[in-house]
Design a protein around this ligand. Structure first.
Ligand code: DGP
Length: 112
């Protein structure tokens, strides 16, 4: 499958990894939109929350819990924003579910 994030997970494309476990990889976004901008990506491939099975939703639940546990060590002790784009209106550009983790500064009140 020709998926950039699957290739990053397999190590075929380099990335700045900040965390990895059996469920996910967290790495730095190549085009940061905040002082800190990570992507949390499940190791199993699915496109977005609409395509997600119940089992995959359980993985995403564990991912969110772990992101919360890691927040301080990732430099996010003053807060952070999680975003997961789906589809054209949200400008999703990579068809492998990913959670943007944004922080390291005061973020805009506007999200759209
Ligand atoms: P989205 O628009 O929600 O699909 O965000 C996709 C993000 O993925 C975007 O912020 C840029 C990032 N990205 C795309 N290709 C690469 C890559 O090869 N390496 C890294 N680190 N990030 C990438």
């Amino acid at each position: 499958m020709d998926c950039i994030f699957c290739k990053i997970i397999k190590g075929e494309i380099p990335s700045k990894k900040v965390f990895e476990n059996e469920d996910m990889l967290i790495f730095c976004d190549i085009n940061p939109q905040a002082t800190i901008h990570y992507l949390a990506v499940p190791k199993v491939h699915f496109a977005n929350v609409v395509e997600m099975t119940d089992e995959q939703a359980t993985i995403v639940g564990r991912m969110l819990k772990k992101i919360g546990e890691l927040a301080d060590s990732l430099g996010l002790q003053n807060g952070f924003r999680l975003v997961s784009n789906k589809g054209e209106n949200a400008c999703q550009s990579v068809e492998h579910l990913h959670i943007h983790i944004l922080g390291g500064e005061k973020l805009s009140e506007k999200m759209g």
